[in-house]
Write a protein that binds this ligand. Sequence first.
Ligand SMILES: NC(=O)c1ccc[n+]([C@@H]2O[C@H](COP(=O)([O-])OP(=O)(O)OC[C@H]3O[C@@H](n4cnc5c(N)ncnc54)[C@H](OP(=O)(O)O)[C@@H]3O)[C@@H](O)[C@H]2O)c1
Length: 282
Amino acid sequence: MESAKAPIISAFGAHIPVVAYGTMLFPEPERAVDLIVRSLECGYRHIDTARKYGSEQWVGEGIRASGLPREDIWVTTKVTEENAKADNFSRSVDTSLKTLGLDYVDLLLIHWPQPKVPLEETLGALAKARREGLAKNIGVSNFTVSLLDEAVDKCPAPLVTNQIEYHAYIRQDKVIAACRKHGMLVTCHVPLARGEVLKDPVIRKIAKAHGKTAAQVALKWLIQQPDVGVVPRALEFSEIEENIDIFDFELSQDEMNQISALRDKNVRIVSPEVRRPVWDVE
Ligand SMILES: NC(=O)c1ccc[n+]([C@@H]2O[C@H](COP(=O)([O-])OP(=O)(O)OC[C@H]3O[C@@H](n4cnc5c(N)ncnc54)[C@H](OP(=O)(O)O)[C@@H]3O)[C@@H](O)[C@H]2O)c1
């Protein structure tokens, strides 16, 4: 078992490992538990799950099978927009904890905004979970600038992060600036654009120069930005290891700029019609 590999980023007293292992679209149960154990063995200490993913049970089993102390692992889960009403929200949190087999999660997120329920009501339920010790920290996901401003204004407790789609093919300057204004971290989901950025000639050239892979450079470009964490998902053991082996090299400012310029491609991967808010225009 390797010790923890990823450095920590912090906001409002939350100290979060900068690389998380993502568990969306996860495989059959036997393999799923194995993948969680393997990710912990190679140094991940942050697992990202959600009620919607159906992976909470395998995350809990994997954590127990790893033999690591619970307090060494950061667990993030999320409540879906279908459960935005206060009663449903609390029930969803209880179900998540029961399914995970844990007493608390380290971070609980509102998965998507829900325009049909007053945001204040959902935030109240989110803050209640924190008050009751079911979640050590709270945050949001897929929130735009205006939603974030409203959430920070109305939430009775600090929101530590906004988990958003961010990778080398999408510009997210406005929402990132809003996170910084509010002292929040940015957590990047789909950081590899589901593999799209791995074919990019600019990223591949930079990767070759460092003796690293395109995935490692794409992730490094993200975490070299201040207060930014990443949640890649991989199912191959070699790729799981690769995605956290990114702390032995640095990108130059010129390399950072070259990759930043790719964002003009403006490829948004996660934008389900039934859930998406009106995204900020960059
Ligand atoms: N908050 C939200 O609304 C939200 C939305 C989407 C995702 N997420 C979170 O973000 C996580 C990651 O998102 P994602 O899985 O959709 O996208 P992703 O991490 O950008 O990409 C995953 C894809 O990249 C491939 N890959 C991963 N590492 C690789 C490597 N080192 N070399 C080559 N290929 C590699 C994977 O291949 P294999 O399939 O072969 O492993 C998979 O096809 C999710 O698991 C979830 O935890 C959150």
